[in-house]
Design a protein around this ligand. Structure first.
Ligand SMILES: C[S@@+](CC[C@H](N)C(=O)[O-])C[C@H]1O[C@@H](n2cnc3c(N)ncnc32)[C@H](O)[C@@H]1O
Length: 283
């Protein structure tokens, strides 16, 4: 088998929920993981025969992909804002829409570049949000919370690897009480209702942590309500709250926040879905 033969095979044998472009991307990730080739090198070496040992490694990857395992869990890494993050089955794979949220936060922070921002991320997973903010704003004091010990271990390792000083705290946001004061609170909490499971692809449903994704159909804003009330108490006077939200619950989320926050702005993501919210604390 040559590299090009594998390129064709990936198109033929991956699960049907991947489109052609995703299959191509996954192919290049797999080739980079096994052969160490960048996309350009893989194209240039397309006619090269793959050794038996490497064929066996690629075949194992194909097998795992056919079991709907995301390529990021197979290679153990994902990308966010150009940084490489370790991911495991205890962490959500960072998403491009969350990059947009972070971009929005950074745009606000850049309006006061000299300010010593105090930033808290709630439900941090890989730590992609606070680590990116610390990398982009080295002067900021950045903290993050998660309830999952395994996720926090991954996040701590990512912060070390990327040389970003972030304070990680193991806390349940639904019961936490004493937190410091912050200028910005960001959260991408679990927001997918069980009734939306039919829309979720098998690779996500079978392999990503349900603790990170799902909420009860009867109380889908549980995290948003708790975080809104908490943020209202602990944010500085002109403090800002940023949420990634369930695209179907933009209006409900906004209404729920109104008694506590002003200037609530809803923004769509690159897919045109209501996906993020920015609001300013009411005194
Ligand atoms: C949607 S994921 C977001 C992960 C990461 N911030 C990202 O954007 O990729 C939600 C995170 O919230 C965490 N989480 C779930 N329940 C929690 C709770 N009660 N308290 C704190 N964190 C919680 C999960 O472990 C998960 O890491």
């Amino acid at each position: 088998m040559t590299v090009n033969d594998y390129k064709k095979q990936f198109q033929l044998v991956l699960p049907p929920f991947y489109d052609e472009m995703e299959r191509t991307t996954i192919f290049y990730w797999a080739i980079e993981f096994v052969l160490g080739y960048t996309k350009v090198t893989a194209v240039l070496n397309g006619n090269e025969s793959v050794s038996d040992e490497n064929q066996s490694k690629i075949n194992q990857i194909i097998h795992r992909l056919q079991n709907n395992e995301p390529i990021q869990y197979i290679t153990g890494k994902g990308y966010f804002f150009g940084y490489e993050f370790k991911v495991t089955s205890a962490t959500l794979i960072p998403r491009p829409e969350t990059e947009e949220l972070v971009d929005w936060v950074l745009t606000e922070m850049k309006k006061q570049p000299a300010k010593k921002w105090r930033v808290l991320d709630i439900g941090t997973g890989t730590g992609c949000i606070p680590i990116t903010i610390k990398k982009e704003f080295p002067l900021a004091e950045v903290s993050a919370i998660d309830v999952s010990t395994e996720a926090l271990n991954v996040a701590t390792g990512n912060a070390k690897q990327l040389n970003a000083e972030v304070t990680f705290m193991e806390k349940d946001i639904l019961t936490v009480k004493d937190l410091d004061t912050y200028d910005i609170i960001i959260s991408n909490p679990p927001y997918v209702r069980n009734l939306e499971k039919v829309e979720i692809k098998e690779n996500v449903l079978q392999h990503e942590p349900h603790l990170a994704l799902f909420v009860d159909d009867n109380d889908p804003l549980i995290f948003y309500k708790k975080i809104t009330q908490l943020a209202h108490q602990i944010l500085a006077d002109d403090g800002m709250l940023f949420f990634e939200i369930n695209q179907y619950l933009g209006n409900e989320t906004q209404e729920m926040m109104q008694p506590y926050f002003k200037n609530i702005t809803l923004q769509t993501d690159f897919m045109g879905n209501n996906r993020m919210m920015k609001a300013q604390n009411k005194l």
